[in-house]
Design a protein around this ligand. Structure first.
Ligand SMILES: [Zn+2]
Length: 300
């Protein structure tokens, strides 16, 4: 999910639905940041991209919205003359897999967790936004799927992709550029904006906290971390995010146990201390609280 591609409308005080805005992609610029000898981050309009570029292959993580493919290809061409050989999707959301059809047609081999392929193969309904998505054409679907983890031995090191259970969705993958000490978390990490957790796609707030904990055990003070949305991050940024989510979910879970209704939980302003930093993204505080409440009251 991103703040540019979706407009969130309010119906009443607390219910949100969403629709695609006909966004003007002509104004979007792809910004490239070099993170190591062979690792890059690219930012466009949707989810952040990661790249491994070296002697063996051009390996790309996520591909933003479809209309941005030519700009992404131009940004890659500024680094290497080679075409994209491998593409890995961190999860199934349209702001991360939008370019799959274009890159698949151009010859990229697509990898993802098996649930990404399942969800892209059939119509989906993202409950929180009241949004339907269509099945993707075959060429856009992951060709190689996995359930736990997968390693790419390319470009002078190991690029390790591993699944984290029921976090942002039920098909999330985190990618560790082991030799370069860089990590891409997909949408299990939103840096400095309240995260969307897709309950209707199997996401859980506890899974997001667990994913952050797992990466915090791997990361050092010099590790550079690519979030699904927001700016490049450090281990300290990820820890702040993890602690914010853990504190808020404990608070809201306690209020649910005490029998509080959604309106009462929102009125208690549980996010007040965090809003200045996190509340300016596409999920304003009251919608974020409603999302957490919905996630924590969902029967597993
Ligand atoms: Zn997402």
């Amino acid at each position: 999910m991103n703040k540019v591609g979706i407009q969130v409308f309010s119906i009443g005080a607390l219910f949100a639905t969403a629709a695609f805005a006909q966004q003007d992609f002509s104004k979007v610029e792809i910004k490239t940041e070099k993170l190591a000898d062979t690792v890059y981050m690219m930012m466009g309009a949707g989810g952040n991209l990661g790249l491994s570029v070296g002697q063996d292959a051009v390996f790309v993580i996520d591909d933003d919205f479809a209309p941005l493919t030519p700009k992404i290809q131009a940004a890659i061409a500024a680094i290497t003359k080679e075409p994209v050989k491998f593409l890995l999707n961190t999860h199934w959301h349209f702001d991360h897999v939008g370019g799959n059809e274009n890159l698949g047609k151009a010859g990229a081999l697509i990898f993802a967790h098996e649930n990404v392929r399942k969800r892209m193969s059939a119509e989906q309904f993202i409950e929180f936004f009241g949004m339907k998505t269509k099945p993707e054409p075959k060429v856009a679907l992951p060709v190689v799927t996995f359930t736990r983890d997968l390693s790419f031995h390319i470009n002078g090191g190991e690029v390790r992709a591993f699944h984290v259970a029921r976090a942002h969705t039920d098909g999330d993958t985190i990618i560790h550029f082991a030799k370069s000490d860089r990590i891409h978390l997909g949408d299990t990490f939103f840096n400095k904006l309240y995260p969307f957790i897709d309950t209707s796609s199997g996401g859980t707030v506890d899974g997001v906290v667990a994913a952050a904990d797992r990466v915090l055990r791997m990361a050092g003070d010099k590790t550079k971390i690519i979030p699904g949305h927001g700016p490049l991050a450090t281990k300290a940024d990820l820890k702040t995010y993890r602690d914010m989510l853990a504190k808020l979910s404990a608070n809201i879970r306690g209020q649910i146990k005490a029998g509080k209704k959604l309106e009462e939980v929102v009125a208690s302003k549980p996010t007040a201390e965090f809003d200045a930093v996190w509340g300016k993204g596409f999920l304003p505080p009251e919608k974020f609280v409603a999302m957490l409440y919905g996630n924590l009251t969902k029967k597993k």
